[in-house]
Design a protein around this ligand. Structure first.
Ligand SMILES: *[C@@H]1O[C@H](CO)[C@@H](O)[C@H](O)[C@H]1NC(C)=O
Ligand SMILES: *[C@@H]1O[C@H](CO)[C@@H](O)[C@H](O)[C@H]1NC(C)=O
Ligand SMILES: *[C@@H]1O[C@H](CO)[C@@H](O)[C@H](O)[C@H]1NC(C)=O
Ligand SMILES: *[C@@H]1O[C@H](CO)[C@@H](O)[C@H](O)[C@H]1NC(C)=O
Ligand SMILES: *[C@@H]1O[C@H](CO)[C@@H](O)[C@H](O)[C@H]1NC(C)=O
Length: 489
């Protein structure tokens, strides 16, 4: 009797604990099995009118970077927040999608031409296809010091030559701050057209270095042309200069003095090429940094800064999960790109199947939205819709076809998206990288992934899905590392 009497209240008082226990059991089951989810706050963005974050007005960083013996770290900012003017976010966000598609189309043409491996078709692919359109797809900028002057550069892993707009200039777009002027720098040197550096340009740009001035004379400038295939280009002559990256000085850094520049670069001083050929910044700084660089791309929604680090000192990373590595796929025909082997993917913990896993996929800092072969995209979309249920759907927009109206929600729970690469390296897409806000009020929010037109086109991992990750490019050991990181500087 008394036993029973004491048992009952005990049982009742245990009930909440049991519920909690049950909840934890269910939660951990779902985490390990199906339905892994993350919470996204829909209205906590930089574009929310009530939010008082003021867009910084400068493309330049206040802090020029920090370094140690063998590494240096630069602040990386999103270009959308360096314009200073009142921003119409809705318009900006939608325009970015259109432009992104143009970049991808031109990348596909470039790949097609490079794969067919005739030099003729390479130069064909570099002929501007959509001239006159001012593209703004390369989104991240850093500040460096070139010959004693601060320069803001767009970071591009998809090209090689670093260049800045140069004085005297034939045709320059508007930039913040003065143009680089070689005539007032004692450390500037002309790169001559008979030098091996000038010859190396072919690999880097697809266009051979031309001899400027009187052709046939050895001691003339080495003229370059880089066409980005999307209507934008830079033309000028090669020079070398002392380049300061954070605390690290690189003497005789070869760069392009751009005298005729047009396209996607507005506001900035030029571009930093982090591709794989010998003129790229990565190759030129091999001695100092061992061919290793890494970045953390910030989410511009919350106005954070990211970082671009050079060198293999992993203690500068602020990774929140351990780094997993995957080999860089060797493809001689596409040697200037960084290619990974996408072997699988999962949505909310559910593994997907597709005959197109096990193929190469580009990792690009300039493309925004990840493009997947149709069969993989279809599997992703189907599983995502299966798990993200009960939300009002909305019409497709541009390349995005899985859209919702989430205006009336504050927080939503969304399935995790993982991409798996050879060697079991995992990119777990950050919660800010799952949905693209076509309309800032969340009335049109779309899954931020898109399908390629054809199964045999090459997939691309865009920067939207690389946000809040430490992505480490080790060009010497031919591998790429990934870990979660909340970007900051
Ligand atoms: C470059 O920028 C840094 C940081 O804002 C500033 O301290 C420095 O004076 C600038 N240097 C030049 C030459 O403008
Ligand atoms: C390039 O030409 C200059 C002037 O004729 C000559 O002094 C120099 O040695 C040449 N360099 C090479 C690498 O041929
Ligand atoms: C960061 O990555 C390193 C290398 O994988 C790992 O040892 C370390 O534990 C990671 N940090 C965190 C907080 O997970
Ligand atoms: C990708 O990895 C799979 C499994 O290791 C392998 O069978 C396949 O050949 C690889 N693909 C490429 C393009 O390296
Ligand atoms: C989105 O949903 C809200 C509330 O549910 C509704 O008032 C609004 O008209 C919808 N917007 C669009 C563009 O459908």
């Amino acid at each position: 009797m008394s036993k029973k009497a004491t048992f009952l209240p005990l049982n009742l008082s245990l009930a909440p604990f049991l519920l909690v226990l049950l909840y934890h059991l269910l939660w951990s089951v779902s985490v390990n099995g199906i339905e892994e989810k993350k919470i996204l706050s829909l209205h906590n963005n930089i574009w929310r009118p009530t939010k008082s974050i003021e867009a910084p007005s400068s493309c330049f960083s206040h802090n020029l970077g920090k370094g140690r013996e063998s590494s240096t770290t630069l602040e990386m900012k999103h270009r959308m927040i360096c314009s200073g003017k009142t921003i119409n976010w809705g318009k900006k966000l939608r325009r970015a999608l259109t432009l992104d598609n143009l970049r991808v189309q031109s990348l596909q043409l470039r790949i097609k031409a490079m794969s067919s491996s005739t030099t003729e078709s390479i130069s064909e692919a570099q002929i501007p296809l959509t001239s006159g359109i001012k593209l703004e797809t390369l989104n991240y900028i850093v500040t460096v010091n070139l010959g004693g002057k601060n320069m803001s550069l767009i970071v591009d892993t998809g090209s090689d030559l670093t260049w800045v707009q140069c004085q005297p200039c034939k045709s320059c777009y508007n930039q913040q701050g003065p143009l680089y002027d070689p005539s007032v720098s004692s450390s500037y040197r002309t790169v001559f057209c008979n030098s091996s550096t000038c010859q190396d340009l072919v690999a880097a740009t697809g266009n051979s270095g031309l001899c400027g001035g009187n052709s046939g004379v050895d001691k003339t400038t080495c003229d370059y042309v880089v066409s980005y295939g999307d209507g934008s280009y830079t033309r000028g002559d090669l020079g070398s200069e002392s380049l300061q990256l954070g605390d690290t000085k690189v003497e005789n850094f070869v760069f392009g003095c751009g005298r005729n520049n047009k396209g996607l670069f507005g506001g900035t001083s030029g571009l930093m090429g982090l591709g794989r050929s010998s003129v790229s910044l990565v190759s030129q700084t091999m001695k100092s940094f061992n061919g290793v660089f890494s970045y953390c791309l910030p989410s511009f929604e919350d106005g954070a800064s990211g970082s671009l680090s050079f060198g293999d000192d992993s203690s500068v990373y602020k990774n929140s999960t351990s780094v997993s590595y995957t080999p860089l796929v060797q493809n001689p025909q596409l040697s200037s790109f960084y290619i990974l082997n996408l072997t699988g993917a999962s949505i909310g913990g559910v593994d997907l199947e597709s005959p197109s896993f096990g193929r190469g996929i580009l990792i690009d800092s300039g493309t925004v939205i990840t493009r997947l072969p149709p069969s993989i995209y279809k599997a992703v979309k189907t599983e995502f819709l299966k798990q993200f249920t009960g939300f009002p759907s909305a019409p497709s927009y541009s390349i995005l076809d899985t859209c919702f109206n989430l205006t009336s929600y504050e927080d939503v729970s969304i399935p995790t998206i993982k991409m798996i690469f050879q060697g079991n390296a995992v990119l777990e897409v950050d919660v800010t990288g799952v949905f693209y806000f076509v309309k800032p009020d969340a009335s049109l929010v779309c899954l931020a992934l898109a399908s390629l037109s054809y199964e045999n086109e090459v997939g691309i991992i865009g920067n939207y899905q690389q946000k809040n990750q430490r992505v480490i490019y080790d060009t010497k050991q031919e591998k790429l590392g990934i870990a979660g990181e909340n970007c900051s500087f």
